[in-house]
Design a binder for this molecule. Structure first.
Ligand code: NAP
Length: 342
């Protein structure tokens, strides 16, 4: 597999984590694009990265860039996706990948038209723990999934300088943390929920601060989700089966789960992967997916086989389901819209 040149578009908290993940594997970002040029330069100097673009648009024009990692606020994603995909770059875009399903469908169409790969950087899809739990579920020992309970709550100050409560930076609990709860739920459900009810409490800025969501899919599997952005909750997921339940700790980058029997007593603990390697797993899966995509494009393997393998690595189908649920809940049920949607 050829080594790919990654460029980051954005150099905030998560871009630092991506660079550190690459460095653990003896790699480096190839280039940095950032709105504030001086911060891009400081980021590149910190890590010894050779190239900083004068303007963001220069990254799209650089023929040596293979993959662009978009790590800016949610409402800026679609504008950068349009440019990156049209320029023929593969894109790994931070969660939430877009504001709503309309934007996501546009990006998917653009990726297909330009024969490049588009994926959301959803860490939990790449954690080895989830593949290990899938193996256990497939063995049949737990029986069918009945119920799912997902919590996620962070305590963020009401500080409008950052993106969490700022409506102009697509703040709110759903896009920032609800996306993790719904993605984890979708991983374990046999199909996408088609019945959803919810309640929401707004922050002083009007974005969603906390919410309770109930979901049921056509197979009768149910889920409850509680989100809060100004109150701490454990990031705990409970998957309830016919023959017991599984509790996953810190599920967005989970490395440990406990299986309980119907008596409520722990049966065993499952450990796989390491939280600290979350972004490294994500990068490795994206690179494998790009290699598979390129093999499909060259005709080395059938395109349908490539598509199935890529879906198994990057799960854009789940991203699509989650975005459609988030759009229905936030926009259609809560009537909570962003300036870009008005
Ligand atoms: N996967 C994860 O575990 C994880 C964790 C945290 C965040 N995220 C996601 O990653 C993204 C960024 O989050 P973060 O916490 O890293 O944010 P952050 O630290 O606030 O950094 C934001 C970056 O975006 C740039 N930016 C802000 N507004 C912009 C605009 N209007 N146009 C162009 N660039 C702009 C900033 O540039 P300046 O230097 O010019 O300010 C900065 O480089 C979000 O989508 C978030 O949900 C993911």
């Amino acid at each position: 597999m050829r080594e790919l040149n990654w460029a980051t578009l954005g150099c905030g908290v998560i871009a630092n984590e991506l660079e550190q993940a690459l460095e653990r594997n003896g790699r480096k970002l190839y280039a940095v694009a950032n709105r504030t040029h001086a911060k891009g330069v400081a980021f590149a100097e910190r890590y010894g990265i050779g190239k900083v673009y004068d303007t963001i648009d220069d990254v799209f024009a650089d023929p040596d860039v293979d993959v662009i990692y978009i790590s800016t606020p949610h409402n800026t994603h679609i504008g950068f996706l349009r440019k990156a995909l049209a320029a023929g770059k593969h894109v790994l875009c931070e969660k939430s990948i877009t504001l709503n399903s309309d934007e996501l469908e546009e990006a998917i169409t653009l990726a297909e038209a330009n024969h490049v790969l588009l994926a959301e950087a959803m860490t939990l899809y790449h954690m080895p723990l989830y593949r290990e739990l899938d193996r256990i579920i497939a063995s049949g020992e737990l029986g069918a999934v009945k119920l799912i309970q997902m919590n996620f709550g962070s305590y963020k100050e009401y500080d409008m300088a950052n993106r969490f409560f700022n409506r102009d930076l697509a703040g709110g609990a759903m896009l920032d943390i609800g996306v993790y709860a719904l993605s984890c739920m979708r991983w374990f459900m046999s199909s996408k929920p088609d019945r959803i009810v919810s309640q929401v409490k707004a922050a002083p800025t009007g974005v969603d601060e906390q919410a309770g969501i109930l979901l049921t899919n056509p197979d009768g599997q149910m889920a409850t989700i509680t989100l809060s952005l100004h109150a701490k909750q454990p990031k705990r997921g409970t998957i309830v089966f016919e023959n017991g339940y599984v509790e996953i700790f810190d599920y967005p980058r989970g490395e440990r789960a406990t299986i309980y029997g119907t008596s409520g007593k722990p049966v065993r603990t499952v450990e796989a992967g390491e939280t600290a390697n979350a972004l490294a797993y994500e990068v490795a899966d994206m690179e494998r997916a790009i290699a598979t995509h390129e093999a499909g494009e060259r005709g080395d393997i059938p395109k349908a086989q490539a598509a199935a393998e890529i879906e198994g690595l990057m799960h854009l189908g789940y991203t699509r389901d989650v975005m459609s649920m988030m759009t229905e809940i936030r926009r259609d049920q809560w009537h909570m819209t962003y300036p870009e949607e008005e």
